[in-house]
Design a protein around this ligand. Structure first.
Ligand code: NAD
Ligand code: MG
Length: 380
């Protein structure tokens, strides 16, 4: 039995990870961590019997302890709780399906404890990739990508030498506003931005997909995962989300991973790597598919993507500013406190006010996050 723990078990990736566990029947879940959906977490505890569960607020944790008093699961809270789940003795893989750079410390602690990481939490790698990747190497742990594009790249790299990579072709659906101009985006409401054409995901990443900031985060994520320059990563709009990404080699050969959009495939691949398992679900039928389309991304309208390249190229603490500004701006947009286009204006403003720190420590990353939040909050 493979033993795992999951950060963010009640979210989109977390619940799909548990579906994969349920369907395979040979993975043991020793730890679960969630934000504050204790109703769903209780159901998960009763089904999967983890030894430890973490909830963000101590108040909710206390409520959960009463609800599950008849079980053997211990409940912890806060950052300490998240870390306890991350380093739980006996687990081999930590699935990081939590949202945001709050995942940095738990991920670092898990690597130090020798856990392989099935990584969905891209914000962590974007902001702390320069700490995480060398640490993983030192501790001989694998960082297994769960993000569909990065899993596709990882799959396309199997059997090939890293030195032979010419470039990475990172595909993008283009989101719900593909083809729109800035003037069409002035009055976008939360409901409009939450309608993704191909994937059903958590709210934050769905907004990020609509602004193309998600693709920008993925460009930087690819830089760290595959040790390439951001300018070796070319974004290709593939509106059907059938080609999940590609690798072009020095001889011009291109390897790709294709399939119907289903996150359970990359999740399962990460959990069983290097083995492939049967996965139920719809299969790609080329006879009915007919054609695939490709476009160049519109980085003038969706200039969050251009800002991501700028942050990725500069490195240091600038990707943290890009990410932190986006995290707060998106949460303000979701609360209807700012307009849609302000998300990118805020990122732009924060990035250009920032004095870059080369090679920031964890402390400096967290200070940069706090300073970015302070700047945004002082706008109103
Ligand atoms: P989500 O909002 O559906 O779920 C987030 C999970 O994190 C929830 O379980 C929530 O309770 C938990 N969480 C949030 N704050 C927490 C805290 N302070 N402490 C403990 N738990 C906390 O998000 P998601 O769509 O599943 O995305 C998770 C991560 O995976 C993100 O980084 C996202 O970019 C990435 N990702 C998601 C998808 C997808 O299809 N959903 C695809 C690729 C990458
Ligand atoms: Mg993705």
């Amino acid at each position: 039995m493979k033993k795992i723990a999951i950060l963010g078990s009640t979210g989109s990736i977390g619940t799909q990870t548990l579906e994969v566990v349920r369907e395979n029947g040979d993975i043991e879940v020793l730890g679960l961590a969630a934000g504050n959906n204790i109703e769903l977490l209780e159901q998960q505890i009763r089904e999967f019997h983890p030894v430890l569960a973490a909830v963000w607020s101590e108040e909710k944790a206390a409520e959960l302890r009463i609800k599950i008093a008849d079980t053997d699961t211990k409940v912890v809270s806060g950052m300490d709780g998240l870390i306890l789940v991350s380093v739980l003795p006996g687990t081999e893989i930590l699935v990081t399906a939590i949202v945001g750079m709050i995942g940095i410390r738990p991920t670092i602690e898990a690597i130090k404890a020798g856990k392989d990481i099935a990584l969905a939490n891209k914000e962590t790698l974007v902001t702390a990739g320069h700490i995480i990747m060398p640490l993983a190497k030192e501790k001989k742990v694998s960082i297994l990508p769960v993000d569909s594009e990065h899993s596709a790249i990882f799959q396309s790299l199997q059997g090939n030498e890293h030195g032979a990579i010419h470039k990475i072709l990172l595909t993008a659906s283009g989101g719900p506003f593909r083809g729109k101009r800035e003037e069409d985006l002035l009055n976008i409401r939360v409901e409009d931005a939450l309608k993704h054409p191909n994937w059903s995901m958590g709210q934050k990443i769905t907004i990020d997909s609509s602004t193309m900031v998600n693709k920008g985060l993925e460009v930087i994520e690819a830089k760290w995962l595959f040790n390439v320059d951001v300018d070796q990563v070319q974004v290709v709009v593939q509106p059907q989300s059938i080609i999940h990404s590609m690798v072009e080699y020095v001889d011009g050969a291109i390897m790709a991973e294709l399939g119907t959009p289903d996150m359970k495939l990359p999740i399962q691949y990460a959990l069983y790597y290097p083995k492939r398992r049967y996965l139920p679900g719809e299969r790609l039928d080329f006879w009915s598919l007919g054609h695939l389309d490709f476009e160049k991304p519109d980085m003038d309208t969706f200039y969050g993507l251009a800002l991501a390249y700028e942050a990725g190229r500069a490195g240091g603490s600038l990707p943290t500013v890009f990410n932190a500004a986006n995290e707060l701006a998106v949460s303000q947009f979701l609360k209807r406190e700012i307009k849609y286009l302000e998300i990118i204006e805020i990122i732009d403003d924060c990035m250009h006010a920032h004095k870059n720190i080369a090679n920031p420590t964890l402390e400096q990353i967290l200070e940069t996050e706090a300073a970015t939040y302070e700047r945004i909050n002082s706008r109103r």
